[in-house]
Design a protein around this ligand. Structure first.
Ligand code: 5FX
Length: 542
């Protein structure tokens, strides 16, 4: 009996090590993949850079920026050819495709792909002796796909909001007010500007579901989570919103197909991949999703957690149980838990503003910047600053606005006070807007910090104090790919009720770097109320 048990203990990890899970990420500038074993170890990574390795498509940063400066597209065949190239690289690297039990992936959110009539038949009968790029030459009615960087659909946004009953009503239905890059508004614009191509279209995919379709050999459903970035999905019923569909294009429900849970197994990999690469016939394709939802999975965010990416712009990912759509930010269906939601907030004034204040107030030194944070008290004696060097997204305001403890506007602060005013102001704004979307700090809440500024302990201490939560650091560079590999693994067992967190519980833990000062709640609960009032004032003035 004991020997049997020992044998089992040895065999289970060995069997897990023999299985592979692939996670792809079709991002703006590159196509990436990670191969992970069943013990969650990454065993191989590879990528194709669009600009450098596929120069024939003449992209810059993976896109074409059109003459109007607003329209931004990417060639769909570039993405197809990148997959051909990546699979070749994996073969050359000796990856044993027969060990892959499941694959999933992500795509840049909001981008859309238009399949020409007859493409579904083509997908079903792909000849394994040819590459996908040759086989799918004629399968797209629109060769240049609108992507997330496009901002040319303002009129369509206004029309959609009018049809839905205003921006807030639209946010209540779809999780976001109308945004130019959101797919529904792009579809509405394309229907007008490329009417003939639109007529020839038999199916519209997101970049994620397009990529899944290639592996599946048939049209893949749009998953709830990426589908939430379209201004078309009702995030509560998890079905297309009739009002939004009708306001966008005729017969749109048919063109999009029914949406599915993000954890769905869509089917086996197509025979094309079995014959061409040696995949096993039993290898499953798990629904692909957007890059941000996939990153949430890659970071293994849990209920109550917030991930703060401190880069050129700061981005917040939040795990939310009860969403409260607001005029700013986005609510998406959660990619790993069918009952939950996630929120995404973008703040344009991040690192560049921190660097400006470092240069002006700390002689260009991060050490001086940190010292200023150490030498000033929590709450900054009531001084508050708003630093919107460029037009902010959240909230839409511009300019630098400084206030003393009596809410009087002041024209300057001492250098040390200014450093703290900037960092506290940025993090109070992050918390305020997170709470407006339904975020609340609960026991066990963690803040996961990533990006350039996450290496500065004093900045993270302020983050911890303002959020009244411990701060951990985490490497995000591969999170969308890794999240896709985790999701592939979870997809195989999700139907039997196994939770995502159970599946990834043995992945490496993030590092604890800061815990909140005991006085922090008293200081910041009050200060946040003042910050919210002052933000209203700034918005009216700017
Ligand atoms: C999110 O709403 C965005 O537009 C971007 O983060 C894209 O997903 C980048 F791919």
């Amino acid at each position: 009996m004991l020997t049997l048990l020992l044998l089992l203990l040895l065999l289970v990890p060995m069997m897990a090590a023999a299985s592979l899970y692939l996670g792809f990420d079709f991002s703006t500038q590159q196509l990436k993949v990670v191969a992970m074993d069943g013990n969650l170890n990454v065993v191989h990574q590879n990528s194709v850079q669009f600009d450098q390795e596929l120069p024939e498509f003449r992209t810059q940063g993976g896109v074409h920026i059109h003459a109007d400066g607003l329209t931004v597209t990417s060639p769909v065949l570039m993405w197809v050819k990148a997959l051909d190239l990546l699979l070749d690289k994996l073969k050359r690297a000796g990856l044993d495709f027969s060990r892959v039990r499941a694959l999933s992936g992500s795509g840049q959110q909001h981008g859309s792909v238009y399949w020409r009539r007859g493409a579904s038949e083509t997908l079903k009968q792909l000849d394994p002796d040819q590459n996908l790029h040759q086989l799918l030459q004629g399968s797209f009615s629109v060769s240049d796909c609108p992507v997330w960087m496009d901002s040319s659909s303002t009129q369509q946004c206004l029309d959609l909001q009018a049809a839905a009953g205003g921006p807030l009503r639209l946010a209540e239905i779809t999780g976001s007010r109308a945004y130019e890059r959101f797919t529904g508004n792009q579809i509405a614009k394309l229907r007008l500007t490329q009417a003939e191509q639109f007529q020839e279209t038999e199916r519209i995919s997101l970049v994620s579901s397009f990529a899944a379709s290639l592996f599946l050999g048939g049209y893949a459903a749009i998953d709830y989570s990426d589908g939430s970035g379209m201004n078309l999905l009702d995030i509560r019923t998890r079905n297309w919103s009739e009002v939004c569909l009708e306001a966008t294009a005729p017969h749109l429900g048919r063109l999009l197909g029914a949406p599915l849970p993000s954890t769905s197994v869509l089917g086996p990999v197509s025979s094309y991949f079995v014959q061409r690469c040696g995949f096993s016939e039993s290898c499953r394709v798990v629904a692909f999703t957007g890059d941000n939802p996939a990153s949430l999975a890659g970071m293994r965010l849990q209920r109550g957690d917030t991930a703060v990416s401190l880069g050129t712009s700061d981005t917040l990912f939040l795990w939310i149980r009860r969403p409260r759509p607001a005029p700013e930010g986005h609510i998406f269906c959660n990619p790993v838990d069918r009952r939950a939601y996630m929120a995404l907030l973008c703040f344009k004034n991040g690192s560049l503003t921190r660097e400006r204040i470092r240069n002006e107030c700390a002689g260009g030194s991060w050490e001086g910047f940190s010292a200023a944070l150490r030498d000033t008290p929590l709450g900054n004696n009531g001084n508050i600053g708003f630093y919107f060097d460029t037009m902010e997204i959240t909230p839409p305001a511009v300019g630098v606005h400084l206030f003393d403890s009596d809410d009087n506007k002041v024209s300057s602060l001492s250098p040390q006070v200014e450093v703290r005013a900037l960092v506290e102001g940025q993090f109070m704004s992050r918390r305020l807007h997170a709470e407006r979307l339904g975020y609340s700090i609960i026991p066990g809440t963690r803040v996961l910090a990533t990006g350039g500024a996450s290496s500065n302990k004093e900045i993270l201490q302020v983050l911890s104090d303002v959020f009244n939560a411990p701060v951990y650091t985490i490497d995000l560079s591969n999170s969308a790919c890794l999240g896709s590999a985790y999701r592939a693994l979870h997809g195989l067992v999700a139907e039997s009720g196994v939770s995502f967190l159970d599946v990834v519980k043995n992945a490496p833990e993030p590092q604890l770097v800061a815990t909140p000062d005991p006085s922090a709640p008293e200081v910041y609960d009050q200060m946040l109320k003042r910050y919210a009032r002052l933000e209203e004032r700034v918005l009216q003035e700017s």
